[in-house]
Design a protein around this ligand. Structure first.
Ligand code: FE2
Ligand code: FE2
Length: 233
């Protein structure tokens, strides 16, 4: 029997190595969209039991934010540290988007909900890979530096609350990412780091969509939820 979407989401979550996770994520996104356009048999959403924490590579070492060494962005080491932090955020985002699919499979949502989050997961996978490519061109790699622990906190806190998840992840975390990206692009512009500028510009443009999806589904779900509450009261 073919896999359900929530099963595929869980498989991505339980894949540890970064590029293996993003390769699987892109493959499953392509399979989902092939089934949606009729190029492959229809796929069920199904239900799954995703892990509370996604699998992650052994490196980077995860530290509390105050223990992560600060580096000045005006130096090459500082720019590497900045991109390393972005790669960490992107990998976390891959898991966040598959997690909303896997975790809330029991909540009946319109099919467009899955389309939007699969598309986001595919985009985050490319973001991670682009930033890893930049790091490697600069002689570093994802895992070379310590990274923030506690990135999964928002997911943990909203593991049983779809409305909370929609409010916190796309509308707060991803919106905050949008706020800081232009400043980051400036830093790389000053260093004439063309590849990093190009990667961050793609990230910025696509993240605008993620925030919009969050807002759309939050409002749709909130409206539906409160209408149901009102009619059953
Ligand atoms: Fe991203
Ligand atoms: Fe995103």
């Amino acid at each position: 029997m073919s896999k359900t979407l929530t099963q595929m989401a869980t498989e991505v979550l339980t894949t540890a190595e970064g590029r293996a996770k993003t390769a699987l994520s892109k493959r499953y996104a392509a399979e989902w969209f092939a089934s949606r356009t009729g190029d492959a048999p229809e796929m069920e959403i199904g239900t799954a039991t995703p892990p509370l924490y996604p699998s992650r590579p052994e490196k980077p070492e995860l530290l509390s934010p105050r223990d992560v060494p600060k580096r000045r962005p005006g130096t090459e080491a500082g720019r590497i540290a900045l991109l390393h932090a972005v790669a960490h955020i992107e990998l976390n985002a891959v898991d966040l988007h598959w997690d909303i699919i896997a975790r809330f499979g029991h909540v009946p949502m319109p099919i467009g909900f899955y389309d939007d989050w699969v598309k986001c997961a595919e985009e985050e996978s490319r973001h991670f890979e682009m930033v890893c490519d930049c790091l490697e061109q600069m002689g570093s790699f994802y895992g070379a530096l310590p990274a923030h622990a506690g990135m999964w906190r928002a997911a943990e806190d909203t593991a049983e609350d779809l409305m909370g998840r929609l409010a916190v992840v796309p509308m707060v975390l991803e919106a905050r990412g949008l706020d800081v990206t232009p400043g980051m692009i400036d830093i790389f512009r000053k260093a004439k780091a063309e590849n990093a500028i190009a990667a961050l510009e793609v990230i910025y443009a696509e993240e605008v969509g993620h925030v919009a999806y969050g807002s759309k589904w939050f409002h749709l779900y909130a409206n539906h939820f409160f209408t149901e509450e009102a009619s059953s009261a």
